[in-house]
Every structure is written in structure tokens, then in C-alpha cells.
Design a protein. Sequence first.
Length: 202
Amino acid sequence: MKLHWSPRSPFVRKVMIAAHETGVVDRLTCVRTVVAMTAPNAALLPDNPLNKIPTLVLDDGSPLYDSGVICEYLDTLHEGPKLFPTDPKTRWVTLRRHALGSGLLDLLILWRNERERPQPSQPHLDAYAVKYRAALNALEVETPAIVATPFGIGHIAIGCALSYADFRFADLGWRKGHPKIAAWHASFAQRPSAKATEIVED
Ligand SMILES: N[C@@H](CCC(=O)N[C@@H](CS)C(=O)NCC(=O)O)C(=O)O
């Protein structure tokens, strides 16, 4: 399978962590694909008209996107503990946590784009800051339940979002005031799958 990939995309990292956790990483051929919101990549558009990575191309040529869909597909390729639980009691809370982590990532990427514009919109910057703080506070409150749940796609999305905050928003110092989720993130960062996929500056 071909994965449109970049070493610094936090959404690609979600897929790579899932691939390591499910033991299918060797089945992926990672193809470096450069994307930018303002510069559609003509080589990617036939596989993903939305111009986003990660995009997975199956052996029969059919594409899969976005990161959550790809992770759920990879989860069907192994017999081990599932990243996407089927038991309704844990499934819906897991999917909501995945939405929280992925949504926080979306927010951080939009925020970064806005603050790098020549004339950023202050109302947008202020709104991103409010939502970011609300998300961190929600994670802090939910940490005991997150810790008590078997590792899954919710943990992957939340872990990738917090690592991305470290990478691009070190100035925010997100750990301050959020000691519980910070302690959880420290243990997430020690997982072999997280260590193997860490995003670093070139
Ligand atoms: N919802 C998508 C988001 C993926 C995403 O935003 N990827 C960024 C790179 S980190 C991208 O491809 N941006 C290019 C663009 O938006 O045109 C997913 O979960 O896969």
C-alpha cells in the first residue's frame, strides 16, 4: 500500500502510530508528498481531490482518506487488540476522544496559518485561543478516564495533538495548569510507536 506521507505532518503521524501499534507498518510504502493549503499538489489530487495527507492508496489503486478512515482500515488488518473498539460502551467515547484530538489538531493548524499571515485577524486569533484553552481544560478533566481506557485511536489523536502543540506552539506552555494530561502525555511519548514517529525539525 502506498501512503502519501510527510515527516512533519501530525495527521500522517496518527496513521504511522496506528500502523506500528497494529503491526502493519511494513506493509506501507511511504511516498514523500509535499502539500500546502495554498499550493495544491497536482500529483496528489488524483488520489485525494482535497489535497490532504495522509492519503493511502490500496494495492488495487483505490484511495482512502482521511487519517481516521485510514487508521480504521489498518485496524481491520490485524487480530490484536483493536484501536477502534466495537463494544458500543467504549466505541462512542473513543470516537469522541478521537474527534477531540483531531479537532484540536485542525484548530492548531488553522491558528498557525492565521498567525503567520502578514495581517492576522485578531478575532480569529482570539477565538482559536479560547477553543484551545477549552480543549486543554476538557482533556485535564477527562484524564483519569483516558488513563483507565485501553489504548486506542482516541489516545493516538490526543497524543499527536499535544505533541504538535509542543512542536509548533512551544510558547503556549500547555502543561502549565494541566498536570494530569501532561503526565499522561509523558507516558504516551514513551510508547515505541510514538518514539518511532516523533516529529523533529530538519
Ligand atoms: N482531516 C484530515 C486533515 C489532514 C490535513 O489537514 N493534513 C494537512 C497536512 S498536516 C494537509 O494535507 N494540508 C494540505 C491542505 O490542506 O491543502 C485528516 O485527518 O487526514
